[in-house]
Design a protein around this ligand. Structure first.
Ligand code: FRU
Length: 543
């Protein structure tokens, strides 16, 4: 828990009781007690085995990803008092190997007046303290309480996403051990007129600290603002200077860039580029994560190419990256439920006492064409058990080949020989449950791209669950190679699809019916030559 001695206290934020009685028994529960209480009543039909989630309650964005003190730390936006968004705390899990995790006590709760509406998203870096000890510095957004001294602009009013306006400021907290935090208060107050100003991501370049913050301008444009700081110690990291507007999203209707992240990647041809990832809130289409790539150096503007989607699925938002101990750039995203972030649709998992999970950690790479690739980190292969090698197969119309009778939590690898195939499309049906529900993954052998197709009745009759929405078409990436590799991670409540080592990634939540989950392959027309197919079970990541 936090060490609040360094701060002036606001009134504690009262947890709301849920109308359906599934909330905390008493508003006096501390957040960890509340989570334990909710976890005792949790139903596990869709609760993840191979993905990070809270023991109970709601989660959204990954926060503060960092390797510190020999462990990976993943914090996340967390409501310990219920399975819906609200009362944002920082939940916490940690891992020595990036693949098996343990739950940690809640790291930060709203305490300061400036954060009375929640400790919102942010990031972590390691810096020395005044005594030279490596210290964790987390920068996060304090979301004020509407109606308080920290209320937003007079004309703030309700915003396009329905959340009430409240002032948002950037705050610092530090920790010697990655578990107990000292709040050091507000370090950046944005312009009063702006009500969307949040999600600081900090890094170090050329002996200087830099921070990007997402901004929604009063004229409704999404921008990413850049700040810098010269401090040598965490104590000095309260002093930030505005540098420039790093990026403005070019698309009409995009009014806020949530959770920006800015980092370098070197392409195979040796060129070093900078990648800016952010989650675009739009009045014209569902909010979605995108990235732009370009040239940047300290003191210079960022010359970015056009935005592209980070993921072609319906459930991928607010990704954040960190440097792994060996230098890899690793990303985790939030997999929101039906309707995506901020959706008013019923969230099936919430009935079970939890809601929200993160993707598996993915390693990022940049192609020579400046496209971002995201493939599961190799550490995940250590979770494989019960590997079944199905060898080479030929697919013909009218006959589906069953790869697994029941793969509740597992992995499917399929390598398609596109040269020897006449079919245009191969369909992997990953979730064919006895009630006829299923989720199809269609692989187009011409473009080399995959898309999700809900089939059967994944919605109705499947525990009130929901099929993944249609995937974005994505952009064609030229002729597919001779071999097309498809990798699918199946968890109780999600499907992640990867083509060719992350050339394309698709994330979706699913809510299958009880009973065996079969995996099948088929074609509608022509034949397809499968060079190799394997299935694995995946063992649980929380030990
Ligand atoms: C993105 C987001 C962030 C904010 C947080 C609040 O999902 O809206 O911009 O900091 O969630 O939970």
């Amino acid at each position: 828990m936090t060490h609040p001695d360094a701060v002036e206290h606001a009134d504690p934020v009262e947890p709301r009781d849920r109308a359906d009685g599934a909330g905390p028994g008493t508003a006096l529960d501390g957040p960890d007690t509340s989570v334990a209480r909710l976890a005792g009543r949790r139903r596990d039909r869709w609760y993840p085995q191979a993905h990070i989630a809270a023991r109970a309650g709601w989660i959204n964005d990954p926060n503060g990803l960092v390797h510190f003190g020999g462990r990976y730390h993943v914090f996340f936006q967390h409501n310990p008092y219920g399975a819906e968004w609200g009362h944002m705390h920082w939940g916490h899990v940690s891992s020595a190997d990036l693949v098996t995790w343990r739950h940690e006590p809640i790291a930060m709760a709203p305490e300061l007046e400036a954060e009375a509406g929640g400790v919102f998203s942010g990031s972590a870096v390691v810096a020395p303290d005044a005594a030279g000890r490596p210290t964790l510095a987390v920068f996060y957004t304090g979301h004020g309480r509407p109606g308080s001294a920290h209320e937003g602009a007079e004309d703030g009013g309700p915003r396009p996403d329905g959340r009430a306006a409240a002032r948002q400021v950037q705050c610092l907290a530090t920790s010697a051990d990655g578990a107990a935090f000292t709040k050091r208060g507000v370090v950046i107050e944005g312009p009063r007129v702006m009500t969307d100003f949040r999600d600081p991501k900090v890094w170090r370049s050329e002996n200087r600290w830099y921070m990007v913050v997402g901004a929604g301008t009063p004229d409704a444009h999404a921008e990413v603002w850049l700040y810098s700081c010269d401090a040598a110690t965490v104590e000095g990291m309260a002093d930030w200077r505005f540098e420039r507007v790093l990026h403005r999203d070019p698309e009409p209707g995009v009014y806020m860039a949530e959770c920006p992240d800015f980092f370098p990647l070197t392409r195979p041809d040796g060129r070093r580029r900078w990648v800016l990832v952010y989650s675009a809130m739009s009045s014209r289409h569902p909010s979605a994560s995108r990235y732009v790539v370009g040239a940047w150096a300290p003191g210079r503007p960022f010359e970015a190419g056009r935005p592209r989607p980070c993921d072609d699925g319906p459930s991928y938002y607010a990704p954040q990256t960190m440097r792994a101990s060996d230098g890899r750039r690793v990303v985790l995203g939030w997999m929101p439920g039906p309707g995506g972030p901020g959706s008013a649709l019923p969230q099936p998992a919430a009935d079970d006492g939890w809601c929200g999970q993160l993707t598996v950690p993915r390693a990022l790479a940049l192609g020579d064409d400046d496209t971002l690739r995201a493939a599961p980190v190799r550490e995940l292969e250590a979770l494989r058990t019960a590997t079944r090698n199905l060898g080479a197969l030929v697919l013909e119309p009218g006959r589906r080949v069953r790869l697994a009778e029941d793969l509740p939590v597992g992995e499917v690898e399929v390598e398609i020989d596109t040269v020897s195939s006449t079919a245009r499309r191969v369909r992997l049906v990953v979730d064919s449950t006895p009630d006829g529900g299923s989720v199809g993954i269609d692989v187009d052998l011409m473009s080399g791209r995959a898309g999700l197709a809900g089939r059967g009745a994944p919605d109705a009759g499947r525990g009130g669950g929901s099929a993944p929405g249609p995937t974005t078409a994505g952009e064609a990436c030229g002729d597919a190679a001779d071999r097309l590799r498809l990798r699918v991670l199946l968890d109780r409540g999600s499907v992640e699809v990867f083509c060719d080592d992350g050339r394309q990634a698709i994330s979706a939540t699913v809510f299958p019916a009880a009973g065996p989950r079969a995996v099948e392959l088929g074609v509608d027309r022509g034949t397809a030559a499968i060079a190799r197919a394997r299935t694995h079970r995946i063992s649980p990541i929380f030990r």
